[in-house]
Design a binder for this molecule. Sequence first.
Ligand code: HEM
Ligand code: HEM
Length: 187
Amino acid sequence: MKLMSSPRRWGVVMQVLHWTTALLVFGLLAVGLVMDEMATSPTKIKVFAMHKSFGITLLALVLLRLLWRVIDRRPKPAPMPAWQRWAARLTHVGLYASVLVMAISGWLYNSASNFALKWFGLFSVPSISAPDKALKHFAHEVHETTWIVILVLIALHVGAALKHHLIDKDDTLTAMLPGKPETGDAP
Ligand code: HEM
Ligand code: HEM
């Protein structure tokens, strides 16, 4: 497999970044919703701390992914009507944007609440705001609503990936999966 993307498939760097960020998004959504309902206990505090550390990790990975996207090329899209290409582009931009908003609002909520944030207990993550009640409420509202946008976009995104694979039978999904080298690839 190649590090960089080719006209026919995503490179290994983009694939690893895509699937690790996807896994983190699913995990953070599930844990976020469950932890909110937990009764106050030492376990709840630990789960909150893990949620924040994984959330900051996801933020760093998404920023790295966007940087890599500028360096790397994009595989050529499978033949499809122009509206579908636009819908895919919009969904992808929406996914990047909503995940960034989710992570930054969580960080802002934590900072404005004046809570310390230690990345997996290893080092302090700086605050991005001074303690501020109004900002805390705003960031909380954003964090509590944006996950719905992410869920809707993921449903569209996964639905489209499955449609390409099962109905159109094109390479859109397999290009994002590890697989055999392409015909004509250098060994
Ligand atoms: C993209 C990354 C993230 C996702 C997908 C995510 C997801 C969630 C979800 C679904 C909830 C439950 C919301 C609700 O009850 O309606 C939640 C709560 C929370 N998240 Fe995140 N989160 C992310 C990043 C972060 C970060 C980076 C921090 C802090 C540094 C953070 C701090 C919190 C806190 C403190 C709560 C509890 C809010 C409350 O007390 O009601 N999250 N998160
Ligand atoms: C089972 C779940 C998932 C499947 C099957 C899947 C599949 C795919 C496929 C096939 C592509 C390539 C699309 C193309 O070539 O046009 C892609 C791209 C992408 N995926 Fe996913 N994905 C999944 C989960 C997620 C999640 C949870 C996120 C949310 C962060 C996400 C964000 C993206 C983004 C932003 C792109 C565009 C990449 C770019 O052009 O930079 N995916 N996905």
